[in-house]
Design a binder for this molecule. Sequence first.
Ligand code: FES
Ligand SMILES: [Fe+2]
Length: 441
Amino acid sequence: MTWTNEEIAALVEPDRAHRKAYIDPDLFDLEMERIFENAWVYVGHESQVKNPGDYYLARIGRQPMMMTRDHNGEIHVLYNRCPHRGAQLCSARQGNAGRRIRCSYHAWMFNLDGSLDNIPAIDGYDGTALTIDGEDFQVQKAQRAANYRGFWFASLAEDGISLEEHLGEARTGFDQLIDRAPGGETEVVGECFHMVQHSNWKIFLENQLDASHPGATHESTGVAAMTIERDMRKAGEDPPMSYGFLSDFARLGIDGWGKFGTVGHPHGHCTLEGYMGLRPDDPDTNEYVKCMYDAYGEERAEEILGVNLHHSLIYPCMSIQPPLQQLRTIRPISPNRTMSEIWHFRLKDAPEAIYQRALGYYYLVNSPSTMVNADDLFNWWKVQHGLESQGGDWVSFHRNAGYDVIDGPLRKSPDGSMSEMPMRHMMHVWRDYMTANGKGA
Ligand code: FES
Ligand SMILES: [Fe+2]
């Protein structure tokens, strides 16, 4: 069906959203056009294309894109589409193209910035409209590309607010992912996990700051980890600290997650304050703190380590957990399929034990094989099925509705609550994007 702005706006009420927003194929196409192919969307980190000639593929909305590094060291975001007859230029997810990208179909050659370098038997074009520097014969660039401290985004809209303005105060998540490195740099570790969620992309975002779910959804995982910890202690062993990442889910109970505040930022971003013993008092952490003092001086190091942030959600495309160096980004495929990339970062010059601890979190909580992620994926799949049924039209976001604390441009959950403010906040921004005729939210 064709959706009018009025019909779309009616899908979002102050405390609930209509199920069609999660299942309708025409709305999905509009979301791709008005949100993902319009707003700033995460492409990747500069360390994914470390060397000249490197490329890495990424989807932005429905568009196949690639991030490349040219031989001057500059990064570009290009459409993965040959200007000759349209073939995709790079088919491997990542690689090194050498000096030039060569199209596999008729061997047109392109520089890593997308400019056309050469065509075999080029004299066949003598006297035609094709010129080597003609605009139509270059690989097209994303309309806008920008990075924040090495994290690259692109917007497929010609105009709009800058990346910095878009990120606003929510950029702290990226700052933390870098500043927590004694060496002042961070880089991706190897390849990411790719995983297809059988659910709508908004369900992933809603889950990220859903304080009322961990104690329920992950209860069995938490109890199993607590049992193992107890058995190890009985046997005189110290359980590894990373087991606590799991047992915490049970330790706090179903209703104990209200102490972690959530904040809604302009443009749909949301943040969650810290939890899970992010600054424990153990020899490895103390060695790391000493490295930070040596690198930054005590005052600045404490300023960095004192930021009370566990999780930043950058709307509409990603989630970052800087204290544990995790980053997840989503690439919607259809109303009920969402590709996700799950990345882990290494802090330059941090002790190996700190790296291993964060790697433990990656494997135990965020990877596709962990029970925690499986708990979530199963619920999201069940939500999608439920919303596709005719058993009810509305999704409830009523918890603490009407009690958000407004603080300038920020919208905060009331103290001690497990408010569904982040879900309401994101759906209101969704409505704004979807009805703003491409002007953003
Ligand atoms: S389609 Fe690429 S060279 Fe022909
Ligand atoms: Fe979860």
